[in-house]
Design a protein around this ligand. Structure first.
Ligand code: GLC
Length: 656
């Protein structure tokens, strides 16, 4: 059952697409506090799931979180905000219910942080919708929630192939070398990402003709090698006379305004930019249609970035900071002066104070950005998604974004932002999967190998052993870090075999992915969702159920040659070194130490289940799906949910 409550005059976010009448009853479960908050008493054993893209574990209890989309490439355990705002929680314990706070501004969740037995949710102005969802079990509650927020975006099958990316590929020649290195070594690959350097001075929808000459031909050349090129699109539009996107935006009042009605100026990669007001449908239409410039050149996938929006500095703040620093520099800076100075410098970027200095047009009214901050990236993705429906109705276009809000899942996927080459971020990648699935984000994954800081070979291999199971499988790294294309590593052969295994898994993964979307289900679940009564399963934080057949339990610690795994039921352990080289063994329910060498992918098939498994292929287009093998319990069947070619039909088949 779903009940909708309204408080004050909420801003419509379009997160929920089903018409639900507002309940006249009192809000259950929560007590209203006088300070715009909601209070819930947590019982000792209650688990709190949810919040989508957030730090910490699968169980969110014991920390505080703030939904305020933030560009934070240095996030760690004590961070409170990441790139997305997904205000859905599922409380499982004494009571069982889901709750969605549909609120587009910044809001906080103290989940047993101040007091272990108390959850307090705070908004800044108490204008919001609250949805309470009850049901028999966790899966059913999520299914109802997913139904009301609408069907998730379906990525093309090639987007399940392996992707190579790096911020710093400066030219077509460099990209060509990457493609050749992969093909030369027969490491399967489907896509190479173009980061900001493909553009002319970081201007959206332009291509640098010197470094990327004859881009149509280059796209075709890569396509002939079986490789899709996926360019980045940034939110900020460079201020430059003669640049058509800028000029059209100014002429038509498409950019966010400052308090005086002038176009608001911030700065990102190109220096000074204006930010399109994506909350305005006319602006979305205009910006969305711009993607056709690149679609026509042969691209068929994009990633939307810096759309929290990230602001290196706002013109106004920079001026006032510079003025103050100038004054300070004339003094003999002691403790106070020096801390003021570093505080000023560190506070220039992504300063939430700037969110009150620019405005959006919503239903004819000007709203400060702070009121709708978390909707910005969502509406940029929506601009693209709405345009693709018109520009390319027959063909799926790859789209994923950095920033998001619930609702964006209907138009694209997300990647989990700028992580680091840290073992803790490998675990966090796994822990975010179920909470993202609850809120509709199915096409997701993190930068494999880690984006910031230097990766190591063993971290890369272990990360591959998680990412082979995740929809978005992209190796991406930041400029200045150790190069991490797979052929850079001494143990490249081991990496290659992991990618080959991925291609063997694609028929199964894409089928489970489609099923999860078409049926509003979670592809990745905490163990407790399927084993509700099992106390040990309820506390597992580092294993996931995948689809209906698998359990994954990757190694995420350096120098570990195995790990403890909990089996809530008998399962079949698969130890795989390549698609052809593997053995299976039945393992009893209970706690086990499972050895897993660096070159071994270890996973589990659930009792009486089997998965279809293909062979390696250079790319998804050359996957041979006519001769799938089955791995698992001999009598098991599998329901394959396929998509033929590029049509949007689906087909269910029983295989024995
Ligand atoms: C942002 C993105 C990252 C990208 C970089 C340069 O940090 O999150 O993926 O490589 O910008 O465009």
């Amino acid at each position: 059952m779903i009940q909708k409550y309204v408080f004050g005059s909420p801003i419509e976010t379009d997160a929920v697409v089903e018409d639900i009448p507002v309940s006249g009853e009192k809000l259950p479960f929560f007590e209203l506090t006088g300070d715009n908050g909601f209070l819930y008493q947590l019982a000792e054993k209650d688990i709190v799931y949810g919040l989508g893209e957030q730090v910490r574990g699968i169980n969110k209890r014991g920390w505080k979180y703030v939904s305020c989309n933030s560009d934070n490439p240095h996030h760690q355990e004590d961070t409170v905000s990441l790139y997305g705002a997904h205000n859905f929680l599922l409380i499982s314990g004494e009571e069982l219910f889901g709750v969605f706070f549909d609120y587009p501004g910044s809001m906080s969740f103290d989940i047993g942080f101040t007091r272990r037995d108390t959850m307090k949710v705070l908004t800044s102005d108490f204008n919001l919708y609250v949805y309470i969802i009850t049901g028999e079990n966790e899966k059913e509650i999520v299914k109802q929630f997913r139904r009301i927020i609408g069907q998730s975006y379906i990525a093309p099958k090639w987007a399940f192939g392996y992707g190579q990316s790096r911020w710093g590929y400066k030219s077509a020649d460099e990209i060509r070398t990457v493609a050749e290195e992969y093909r030369k070594r027969n490491i399967p690959i489907d896509s190479i990402y173009l980061d900001i350097d493909y553009m002319e001075h970081y201007k959206d929808f332009t291509v640098n003709e010197e470094t990327f000459p004859e881009i149509e031909k280059f796209c075709a050349e890569m396509k002939a090698m079986g490789i899709h090129l996926v360019p980045i699109i940034d939110a900020g539009v460079k201020i430059e006379k003669g640049y058509s996107v800028y000029e059209e935006g100014v002429r038509n009042n498409y950019f966010c305004k400052d308090e005086n009605g002038n176009d608001f100026t911030g700065a990102v990669w190109p220096g000074r930019v204006h930010f399109p007001d994506f909350l305005d449908p006319e602006v979305r239409k205009w910006f969305g249609e711009k993607y056709s410039i690149l679609l026509e050149k042969g691209f068929d996938g994009f990633w939307n970035d810096m759309n929290e929006p990230a602001i290196f500095y706002s013109e106004k703040r920079l001026a006032s900071v510079m003025e103050r620093i100038n004054e300070l520099s004339k003094e003999n800076m002691g403790t106070d002066g020096f801390f003021e100075f570093t505080g000023l410098v560190n506070g220039i970027s992504n300063n939430t104070g700037d969110y009150d200095c620019f405005f959006h047009k919503v239903d004819g009214k000007m709203l400060p950005h702070s009121k709708v901050h978390n909707l910005y990236g969502y509406n940029m993705t929506k601009a693209a998604g709405e345009a693709f429906k018109k520009l390319s109705p027959e063909k799926r276009i790859l789209m994923f974004s950095r920033s998001s809000y619930i609702g964006a899942h209907r138009y694209g996927g997300i990647w989990q932002g700028d992580n680091k080459s840290w073992w803790s971020h490998l675990l966090m990648n796994l822990q975010m999967m179920p909470s993202l699935n609850m809120t509709g984000f199915l096409y997701t994954g993190a930068d494999t190998g880690g984006f910031g800081s230097d990766t190591t070979e063993d971290l890369m291999l272990r990360w591959l052993q998680l990412s082979v199971f995740l929809p978005l499988f992209r190796n991406h790294s930041a400029q200045g870090t150790r190069p991490q294309e797979l052929y850079r590593f001494e143990n490249c052969e081991d990496c290659k075999r992991m990618i080959e295994i991925r291609y063997g898994l694609i028929p199964y993964l894409y089928s489970e992915y489609r099923k999860a979307i078409l049926r509003d289900e979670m592809m990745y679940r905490p163990l407790a969702f399927d084993f509700r009564e099992d106390e040990d399963a309820r506390s597992v934080e580092d294993q996931l159920l995948l689809g209906n057949e698998l359990m994954i339990a990757p190694v995420y610690k350096q120098n570990a040659t195995g790990r403890y795994v909990y089996l809530p039921e008998e399962m079949m352990l698969v130890r795989m070194r390549s698609p052809e080289d593997f053995e299976t063994e039945t393992v009893e329910p209970g706690h086990h130490y499972i050895r897993a060498e660096l070159n071994e992918l270890v996973f589990f098939i659930r009792k009486d289940k089997a998965i279809p498994f293909g062979t390696a292929a250079p790319d998804t287009a050359r996957l041979d799906t006519s001769s799938l093998r089955f791995i698992g319990y001999p009598e098991a069947g599998y329901e394959l949910c396929e998509e033929e070619g590029t049509s949007v039909l689906h087909m269910f088949e029983e295989h024995k």
